[in-house]
Design a protein around this ligand. Structure first.
Ligand SMILES: C/C(NCc1cnc(C)nc1N)=C(/S)[C@H](O)COP(=O)(O)OP(=O)(O)O
Ligand SMILES: [Mg+2]
Length: 567
């Protein structure tokens, strides 16, 4: 049989370790989908819509390192742009592939279905350029190898999404076979002189300091599989306190003796803020300081920083390009002199473990009791997804046992992300126990993807925190718009079974009912189990109230008049 453009893409995806491709079919991509599903190493995963398809691919990339989402032109791609934006914001190489109009139509000024109704079809490619690190539209089959390889390589190096548009008449066009995959996947290594110079600068930066801490940010994990190990080596070599930003929870082991908690200003955990504020040197590794992670700009380090990024290192007064994060940390680990001052001080500050109240079986269910029971089910095999909402704060308060994984989407913050993202993640890691903490408002955005968990028999446990509305928004700025229609969530999930599935929908109004429901979930290995936890609409974490208070100042800042009056 002839080798085609679609086969070229399929082979490249398989060569780089992708085993599942997330799709929604449409007549602009059907031939392409035939080629992809014909590849022995690829399994086609259909999704209910393109928003969920792109978010499922985003979740898959968290587990696999790279993912692909294949949609139809315009009506499909514009929804998939949202999950692509998430991948950009979260530093994930998601490959967005869209079918496109037949290359013969433009010159005929044909009006085509699914388009804006004009004969200019370039708008999608132009938009994709803005939300990816590389966008290509294949004009003819001869250029497919060069353009496909270029887009994928950019995505892998930048840890950002890329865009590949394949006209519907080119997927089946003759194409040459791909060369070695190294040409696409081989990483860029550090410049040796720059690495040395940066390490010398670090030694100088640290030499005059007494109280160094390490602050870990969400880009650490995105810097590659050896990045977390390199950080551990540096932490062990230094002996100093190590704090994580909220979006980096789980990227440093929480049972490590030098772990001092999540640094998040007034809503830090384990008094991490006290030791970070005490430090006279902060090594920021993959950190991201945003309005949310600094609690409305209130918690920003106010001392000169050393920052280690994915491909450069900066100091007060110095910048070193092309220094890879993992290589730099490992190199530094072999050079630094131990300085445990901040750990000695922290042991004096470390808060005593809180008294945990165990509710009686008949007690009305509370947020705290729900968190306590979730804490007890976390294990080395758990992957916990926490959704935008009070679930952020409740999830971040939990203590991760060694090996447990934690996934959060704090930069993009698209409510509903956790359902498709956990589904995509679980397709890649079916052996792990995936648990989702999600609010009622978020669940309503992407609930359809639970039906794919039924279809692929994924034993995902969904803790649906039903506080009757958009509570985070209530805390930031209340209004009529924070009210939503309540659903019978347990019934909805059972409706997805369609006569053959094994989803279970349970309602927990008391502590005892939650305990029973979690037992049922633990035994359901054939499909998802949703447990609707009904809690009072004002039963939110104190961190949310504190953060919300400062963020309402933030939202006031967001709505503040422009600094320079517009004349
Ligand atoms: C509406 C919105 N954010 C605005 C928003 C709106 N649209 C999208 C796609 N993403 C967003 N973050 C948010 S955080 C709601 O409070 C979420 O409500 P819910 O899931 O019920 O969680 P809580 O009750 O714990 O807040
Ligand atoms: Mg809610």
């Amino acid at each position: 049989t002839k080798f085609t453009v679609g086969d070229y893409l399929a082979e490249r995806l398989a060569q780089m370790g992708i085993r599942h491709h997330f799709v929604v079919p449409g007549d602009y991509n059907l031939v392409l989908l035939d080629k992809l599903s014909a590849h022995p190493a690829l399994t086609e995963i259909g999704c209910t819509n393109e928003l969920n398809c792109s978010l499922a691919a985003e979740g898959y990339a968290r587990a696999n390192g790279v993912s692909v989402c294949v949609v139809t032109f315009s009506v499909g791609a514009l929804s998939a742009f949202n999950g692509t934006g998430s991948a950009f914001a979260e530093n994930l190489p998601l490959i967005l592939v869209s079918g496109g109009p037949n290359t013969n139509d433009a010159s005929e000024h044909h009006l085509l279905h699914h388009t804006m109704g004009t004969s200019d079809y370039t708008y999608q490619y132009e938009m994709a350029k803005k939300i990816t690190c590389c966008a290509v539209a294949i004009p003819r089959a001869e250029e497919a190898p060069r353009l496909i390889d270029r887009a994928i390589r950019h995505a892998l190096l930048a840890k950002k999404p890329c865009y590949i548009e394949i006209p519907t008449n080119l997927s089946g066009a003759i194409c040459v076979r791909p060369g070695p995959i190294d040409a696409v996947t081989e990483p860029v290594t550090s410049s040796k002189p720059a690495l040395e110079a940066a390490a010398n600068c670090a030694a100088e930066y640290l030499s005059g300091k007494q109280k160094a801490v390490i602050l870990v940010g969400p880009k650490l994990r995105r810097a590659g599989v050896d990045a977390e190990k390199a950080l551990l080596d540096l932490a062990n070599a230094m002996g100093c306190a190590v704090a994580v930003q909220p979006a980096a929870k789980g990227m440093f082991p929480e049972n490590h003796k030098q772990f001092v908690g999540t640094w998040w200003g007034q809503v830090s955990t384990l008094a991490a803020d006290s030791i970070v504020n005490w430090a006279d040197a902060i090594i920021c590794v993959g950190t991201v300081f945003t309005d949310y992670s600094t609690v409305g700009w209130k918690a920003i380090p106010d001392i000169p920083l050393m920052t280690v990024e994915m491909d450069h290192v900066t100091f007060p007064g110095a910048h070193f390009s092309r220094v890879r994060l993992a290589e730099f940390l490992s190199h530094l680990a072999s050079q630094v002199t131990p300085n445990g001052t901040t750990m000695i001080e922290y042991e004096r500050l470390r808060p005593d473990p809180p008294m945990v109240h165990v509710a009686a079986k008949e007690d009305v269910l509370t947020r705290k009791e729900t968190s306590r029971q979730i804490q007890n089910m976390l294990s080395a095999n758990t992957s916990l997804f926490v959704e935008t909402g009070d679930s952020w704060f409740n999830g971040i308060q939990l203590k991760l046992p060694p090996g447990a994984q934690f996934e959060i989407e704090m930069q993009w913050g698209h409510i509903g992300w956790s359902i498709p993202a956990a589904f995509g993640y679980a397709m890649r890691c079916p052996e792990r126990r995936t648990i989702i903490m999600v609010g009622d408002g978020s669940f309503q955005v992407t609930a359809q993807e639970v039906s794919q968990m039924v279809r692929f028999k994924l034993p995902i446990t969904i803790l649906l925190m039903n506080n009757r509305g958009y509570t985070i928004e209530v805390e930031i700025h209340d209004g009529s718009y924070n009210k939503i229609q309540n659903w019978n969530y347990a019934l909805l999930v059972e409706a997805f079974n369609g006569g053959t599935g094994h989803a279970k929908g349970l309602l927990a109004n008391t502590a005892g009912e939650l305990a029973d429901a979690l037992r049922v979930a633990g035994e359901n290995s054939e499909g998802p189990t949703l447990i609707e936890c009904t809690i009072d609409q004002d039963d939110c974490s104190r961190e949310l109230i504190t953060w919300g208070h400062y963020s309402s100042e933030l939202s006031a800042a967001l709505s503040s008049l422009p600094a320079t009056p517009i004349l």
